[in-house]
Design a protein around this ligand. Structure first.
Ligand SMILES: Cc1cc2nc3c(=O)[nH]c(=O)nc-3n(C[C@H](O)[C@H](O)[C@H](O)COP(=O)(O)OP(=O)(O)OC[C@H]3O[C@@H](n4cnc5c(N)ncnc54)[C@H](O)[C@@H]3O)c2cc1C
Length: 466
């Protein structure tokens, strides 16, 4: 079918207000937050903005009958080109479908439509002393649909896990227009082992199996107290060793973050008033729970980390906690500003490695940065081995673009070599699919087999995952 005919048919199905066809509008949908799309933007044929399952179904059926590719999109904060129509087709922009259908506090759950923004959801849940714990750095922008599709998480994953742990049920429109519910047709229970676990299959499926149109999420009671410890190390190896000591003492902090010397310098350069101590590494431990347990765990962390650190400070006073945490909260922005003529690129930024390989990983990344003569700022969620590497280049200089691509390729290979993963957070999308065979081996064939059960014509978000 001609692209112009596709556009007019979509307008017939949904009406003019819910379909974008102008080149200027479509250009916006050529990008997400990845470096890939900055280099190779790709516009869809048209964008639809459905506001009901029936509307999603109608467009999906039309696409299926006419063999047109379809790509779901939330807020476009993904770092891997996941929501881009790389092979053309129709983008489903679900970001305006942001209804919270029900907060069922009695059953510790909430039912939402895919476009609800993460921070907005937690604002509403907070009124009932509940929260949805995964906490991506993009909380103010990203949608719950995008979080489910990417199995998003954040710095509190060390205690609270990733989005997958909170999915009780999903409504999904399959590429052929069929609607299914995972986790039970009518169930409202929070414990359920009935049937093959399609919830788990859908979480992290990055839009290649179907369009998520409703999400039933488990909520947790909101902790009453919080404390922060900052430990400063003059020897990089002592930092992961201190993390292990804390675990072995029986404490599970709600966050354990590392800033290595590159991140410490970036923060001090960006905001000198923060004045982080010059060191090989800084660890930030966050503990939450009830006040007596927070006090107890904080004093124990201070004592344990103090055996390896040059200094440790523990705080429960809100103002002091903010001061201790400020360096971490500005790290991503600081990384982007370390070079006046450069910017951070999101390309190889979220590998995960075993806990006992974090120090080695950081050292090897520093060596790779030196080899390619590229500034790299390292920080991350050390508690679960998720290392963020922020390469900073001038994207207008082709040699730098070429070099950074080689650098991130080596970082991805390093992760696999060190028994880690190419992505602990942001997903595979188009950027990391080249590593699928290396990381998963023959299992990829079975992943592709599963996809073909849901998507027999191969129309759903092609060019992603594998
Ligand atoms: C500043 C910044 C900080 C970030 N920090 C984190 C972080 O701490 N942790 C983390 O995990 N990620 C982080 N990210 C990455 C990103 O925000 C997350 O992956 C987020 O979950 C993507 O949500 P989105 O709504 O923007 O989805 P999009 O980028 O629009 O889409 C992401 C993927 O989900 C699919 N998708 C979207 N909606 C649906 C749906 N309804 N049905 C089926 N598939 C769908 C798309 O096809 C695509 O494959 C960060 C990004 C930025 C820009």
């Amino acid at each position: 079918m001609e692209i112009s005919a596709i556009k007019s048919e979509l307008i017939k199905i949904l009406g003019k207000d819910k379909v974008l066809t102008d080149d200027l509008d479509l250009m916006y949908y050529s990008y997400d937050s990845s470096f890939l799309t900055k280099l190779h933007p790709k516009a869809p044929y048209a964008v639809v903005m459905p506001r009901s399952t029936g509307e999603v179904q109608k467009v999906t059926r039309f696409a299926y009958e006419n063999n047109i590719k379809i790509v779901p999109r939330g807020a476009g904060t993904g770092e891997t080109g996941g929501c881009i129509a790389l092979e053309g087709g129709i983008v489903f922009d679900l970001s305006s479908w942001n209804d919270i259908d029900e907060i069922d506090a009695a059953n510790m759950q909430v039912i939402v439509r895919p476009g609800v923004i993460h921070a907005e959801l937690n604002k509403e849940l907070n009124k009932k002393n509940l929260f949805f714990p995964p906490d991506p750095g993009s909380s103010l922008m990203c949608t719950i649909g995008g979080m489910v599709a990417n199995n998003a998480s954040g710095l509190r994953a060390v205690k609270y896990g990733c989005t997958e742990q909170y999915i009780l049920g999903l409504e999904i429109v399959l590429p052929n227009g069929e609607i299914i519910k995972t986790g039970g047709q009518k169930t409202k229970c929070i414990k359920n082992v009935s049937g093959l676990n399609l919830n788990k299959l859908m979480v992290g499926s990055e839009g290649v199996l179907g369009i998520i149109t409703q999400i039933r999420l488990r909520c947790w009671p909101k902790p009453k107290a919080r404390g922060i410890a900052m430990a400063v190390f003059d020897d990089l190896d002592q930092a992961p060793a201190a993390v292990l000591d804390v675990y072995q003492s029986g404490i599970l902090p709600s966050g354990i973050e590392i800033l290595d010397s590159s991140a410490i310098s970036a923060v001090n350069q960006y905001k000198p008033e923060i004045n982080l101590p010059r060191a090989e590494a800084i660890l930030l431990f966050e503990v939450d729970g009830n006040p007596p347990s927070v006090d107890y765990e904080g004093s124990l962390i201070k004592e344990i980390a103090g055996k390896r650190a040059v200094s440790v400070e523990w705080a429960t006073d809100p103002q002091r906690m903010n001061e201790l945490w400020e360096g971490r909260s500005v790290t991503a922005t600081a990384a982007a500003r370390v070079r006046a003529d450069g910017t951070r690129v999101f390309a190889g930024e979220d590998i995960a490695v075993p806990l006992d390989k974090v120090a080695d990983t950081l050292r090897q990344i520093r060596a790779l940065a030196a080899k390619y003569d590229i500034l790299v700022v390292n920080y991350g969620h050390i508690g679960d081995g998720n290392v963020h590497t922020a390469p900073v280049i001038n994207p207008e200089v082709p040699e730098e673009v070429e070099k950074v691509q080689q650098l991130v390729h080596e970082i991805h290979l390093l992760a696999i070599e060190l028994q880690g993963s190419t992505t602990g957070e942001h997903g595979v999308g188009a950027v990391r699919r080249q590593y699928a065979e290396l990381e998963h081996g023959p299992a990829v064939k079975y992943m592709q087999g599963v996809k073909s059960v849901f998507d027999d014509k191969g129309l759903m978000n092609p060019g992603k995952l594998f």
